[in-house]
Write a protein that binds this ligand. Structure first.
Ligand code: GSF
Length: 204
């Protein structure tokens, strides 16, 4: 299998952490989806990474589908519970974490891709408001628990860790660590795992 992705994408990181935790080996192909000559649409018509190419050639996307697929590939470290209700809880954590990434990326693109005269501060603030309210919700949900769900690491923690890592990487001015010590505690614990260390985004 081959994973097409970039080293800075938080969605790609989530999938790489999952693959590493599951001890599933894949080849990696770096793709810059923003470059004019990107070939990503040959595999994913949405033009997005991550995209996993199976040995038979089928393309699997997006990151949530790849994460779920990878979890079922091996019995090592089950990351998504099989119970329907618990699974929905874990996947809601993932949706919340992905939502932080979505909003952060939209806000960032507004400032980096658009010419200054076309930028909307209202749009930027709307996206950053989603980041803030999602952080608040994450912190409330986590409370004093060691993990986002249950008593072991799940996809919920991995997705949350990748969203928090993305904020540190692209929005270092957001003071979430001081504001939400329980999220920081979780993040520091995850950051020590080889899967998170190996996938740390390169210095900007
Ligand atoms: C989002 C992937 C995505 O936006 C997922 O895989 O979970 N829901 C999807 N990837 C970005 C890379 S990044 O900013 O992390 C991407 O490929 N964007 C290219 C584009 O044209 O939007």
């Amino acid at each position: 299998m081959k994973l097409i992705g970039s080293l800075t994408s938080p969605y790609v990181r989530k999938v790489r952490v999952v693959l590493s935790e599951k001890k599933v080996e894949v080849d990696h192909e770096i793709e810059n989806v923003w470059s004019a000559d990107t070939k990503i649409a040959n595999f994913n018509p949405l033009g997005k990474v991550p995209c996993l190419i199976l040995d038979e050639g089928e393309a699997i996307y997006d990151s949530r589908v790849i994460a779920e697929y990878a979890d079922a590939l091996s019995p090592v470290s089950k990351l998504i519970p099989s119970d329907n209700r618990e699974r929905a809880t874990v996947k809601t954590w993932e949706a919340l974490a992905d939502g932080i990434m979505d909003a952060g990326i939209l806000a960032r693109l507004e400032k980096t891709l658009r010419p200054a005269e076309q930028q909307s501060q209202t749009w930027f603030d709307r996206q950053m408001g989603k980041v803030q309210s999602s952080l608040r919700q994450m912190s409330e949900r986590l409370g004093g628990n060691a993990w986002c769900h249950g008593n072991q690491m799940t996809l919920a923690d991995i997705a949350t860790g990748c969203a928090l890592g993305y904020l540190l990487f692209r929005f270092p001015d957001i003071q979430w660590q001081a504001q939400y010590p329980n999220l920081d505690r979780l993040y520091q614990k995850l950051a020590q795992r080889p899967s998170f260390i190996e996938t740390e985004p390169p210095a900007a």
